[in-house]
Design a binder for this molecule. Structure first.
Ligand code: SF4
Length: 411
């Protein structure tokens, strides 16, 4: 039996009004309201677009934070480039692209269409998440409203964790099972049908569009000189709908998390491929990709998962690992053998085994050895659990975990 996601995949989400992408939500997601707010989509040259996205440092918001300008410049050097809007979030704890699809679909599509025009690309591919039907319907409805001068092709990804990975998306577009595969060149060099492919997630495209339609976010006082603008965050809590908030870079986490009741000792930052962070540590930080990376808690796709007070974070880690082990493409050794073994060892810690050394050894064997980043992200989660949840590990070993009796432990 396959392991379910310990966090349900959200197709409904609470979206809070924000200062840029999520401003004016009350006018609705429709095209006339969008055009009334922002005006017509300007025609920008490639040089102008490159200059603008480089100046404000637009970066990928799917997790890797790769500079958009670098991908754009690379794709522009090849012949017949292709543009891809990736709405397959994959990560169950993330709801930000769902939030954009439901409230700001035309911002996402404008970013891709303006870039396609600048690149003289004739095709825009839109990849929908198979496990989030309301998201898909919202995007299809928005596409129906538009008459863009590009050919739009729609694909639906499988409801799996790895389906949003760039190479898995390209496999889907080629008509093959959407699983990650080994790639020898970046997709911006050789992607769909061997053509340069500019693939970004929904939030990245929305930032590109907002920059073109509303101007430099720093001039609007949003963000810091090092990290201009805003970012979308998903605050995921057990037993509650996920909340998506747009905050300026530099905002204290204490402010972002001010409404969270029942603060736990630790939260999962960055999602299932993220890291555990003590609540106190997180509250001392600001929303900054650079600063958080330096502190060993990369923001990834902007997720903070807050366990319920009755949930043991170690048991939750074991559940996430079982899910991640199950979600691999089972093509590479680290995934096929390593992740299930690692999941079993962490389940052993929950059951009270003295096995941290074995967990560390297995993590070292898996790390950096897959064809994609799935094993590495899983190892990051495990290592952070050992580092931050030491008290819980010890409590389980001595049979004194206060929350243990509240969850069924099987392994
Ligand atoms: S590392 Fe895992 S998920 Fe990635 S390509 Fe290999 S088998 Fe697939």
């Amino acid at each position: 039996m396959s392991a379910p996601s310990p966090v349900p995949v959200p197709d409904r989400v609470v979206v809070h009004p924000g200062p840029a992408l999520l401003a004016g939500l009350e006018s609705g997601p429709w095209l006339p309201a969008h055009r009334a707010r922002f005006g017509p989509l300007p025609d920008v040259s490639l040089d102008d677009l490159l200059d603008r996205v480089a100046r404000v440092g637009v970066a990928g918001r799917g997790g890797a934070a790769f500079p958009f300008a670098t991908k754009l410049a690379t794709a522009a050097r090849g012949r017949r480039p292709v543009v891809v809007v990736n709405l397959a979030e994959g990560e169950p704890a993330s709801a930000k692209d769902t939030a954009l699809a439901l409230t700001r679909p035309h911002l996402v599509l404008d970013g891709a269409v303006a870039t396609a025009r600048a690149l003289r690309a004739r095709e825009v591919h839109v990849v929908l998440p198979g496990e989030r039907p309301r998201t898909s319907v919202a995007v299809l409805r928005a596409l129906d409203e538009r008459r863009d001068p590009v050919r739009v092709r729609v694909h639906t990804a499988s409801p799996t964790f790895v389906a949003g990975q760039a190479r898995a998306v390209l496999e889907l577009m080629a008509g093959r099972p959407d699983l990650p595969v080994t790639a020898w060149q970046p997709e911006a060099v050789a992607g769909h049908a061997g053509r340069p492919t500019l693939l970004s997630n929904a939030e990245t495209w929305a930032h590109v569009a907002h920059l073109l339609l509303a101007g430099d976010p720093l001039r609007a006082g949003l963000g810091t000189t090092a990290e201009p603008g805003t970012t979308l965050l998903t605050i995921s809590r057990e037993g509650a709908l996920p909340e998506v908030r747009e905050v300026a870079h530099g905002t204290p986490w204490r402010d972002v998390l001010a409404d969270v009741p029942d603060r736990p000792a630790a939260a999962l930052v960055g999602g299932f491929h993220g890291t555990w962070a003590s609540w106190d540590h997180l509250e001392r930080m600001r929303v900054s990709r650079a600063a958080m990376r330096a502190e060993g808690m990369p923001l990834g796709a902007g997720i903070v998962h807050v366990p319920a007070p009755t949930t043991c974070p170690l048991a939750l880690t074991a559940d996430v690992l079982a899910y991640l082990a199950d979600q691999s493409a089972r093509r590479c050794g680290p995934c096929l053998n390593g992740l299930p073994a690692l999941a079993a060892e962490v389940r052993g810690l929950v059951a009270g085994r003295d096995g941290t050394r074995r967990v560390e050894r297995l993590a070292a064997l898996v790390d950096g050895r897959g064809a994609c980043a799935h094993p590495d992200g899983t190892v990051r989660l495990v290592r952070s659990a050992l580092a931050v949840l030491g008290d819980e590990v010890e409590a389980h070993r001595s049979g004194q975990c206060a929350t243990r009796s509240l969850r069924e432990v099987t392994w």
